[in-house]
Design a binder for this molecule. Structure first.
Ligand SMILES: N[C@@H]1[C@@H](O)[C@H](O)[C@@H](COP(=O)(O)O)O[C@@H]1O
Length: 234
């Protein structure tokens, strides 16, 4: 794993953008994208760049079950707001959280991932080491599926909702098996509350207890961290 330590999230966004740009110059056509606060500075860099994404495809990691795309708390809405409305892609895929038929929604998304192999996957990380919405215990060979969110994730995501009761309890998430198929992976983590998860990801055992530890088995992972998130690394 390649670790890049940066001063702050602004610099992290610039470092991540340089990796994205270089990959596109090398022919990357499909970007795997993530939501959450961590990728926002990267999306700002992409938005302010002169790169044309209109020939590219994006495939997002996850979406809450039960939220329509135009719901302000949905990940569809987040991606439109932070990136797609300013830098449109040819195709932008996000799991269909409005489809209550989990079997149909997840199968359809697996087909999309299969048809659009991901060149570079952007990841954030949860405080418990989750990637996408693959909570601890998720199988390392998993495909897209409906997942229940842990109490710690619900609590962490409450800040985006008016009331904790409004936070969806389920999501459709790309599986760790699909994430691991991306050619390159760039994981972004900032702040002290990510320090334990980053230490477990990099220095801990490869175990389903820390979903991101699966990345130790991937040949091309870069982790961009600020000092606080790196503070518990060996
Ligand atoms: N499903 C998302 C993850 O993909 C994201 O990595 C995580 C961390 O978010 P943040 O970057 O806001 O800390 O939050 C959510 O749970």
């Amino acid at each position: 794993m390649n670790i890049i330590k940066v001063k702050d999230q602004q610099m992290g966004g610039k470092e991540a953008f340089n990796l994205v740009k270089a990959d596109i110059e090398n022919g990357a056509k499909v970007l795997g994208l993530a939501t959450g606060s961590s990728p926002i500075t990267l999306y700002n860099e992409m938005t302010n760049s002169d790169i044309d994404f209109s020939n590219m495809t994006s495939v997002n990691l996850d979406e809450y079950v039960g939220l329509e795309a135009d719901n302000e708390q949905s990940y569809h809405y987040f991606m439109n707001e932070h990136l797609f409305s300013k830098k449109p892609f040819k195709n932008s895929y996000v799991p269909d959280g409005s489809n209550p038929d989990a079997e149909a929604a997840t199968k359809a998304y697996d087909k999309i991932i299969e048809d659009n192999p991901i060149d570079l996957q952007i990841l954030g990380i949860g405080r418990n080491g989750h990637i996408g919405f693959n909570e601890p215990g998720s199988p390392f060979d998993g495909k897209t599926r409906k997942v229940g969110l842990t109490e710690s994730t619900i609590e962490a995501n409450t800040r985006f909702f008016d009331d904790e009761k409004d936070v969806p309890r389920f999501a459709y998430s790309m599986g760790i098996g699909s994430i691991m198929k991306a050619k390159k992976i760039v994981l972004l983590a900032y702040g002290e509350n990510k320090a334990d998860a980053i230490a477990a990801t990099v220095d801990g055992p490869v175990t389903e207890d820390c979903p991101a530890s699966a990345l130790q088995n991937h040949p091309d992972v870069t982790i961009i961290v600020d000092e606080a998130a790196a503070s518990k690394l060996k």
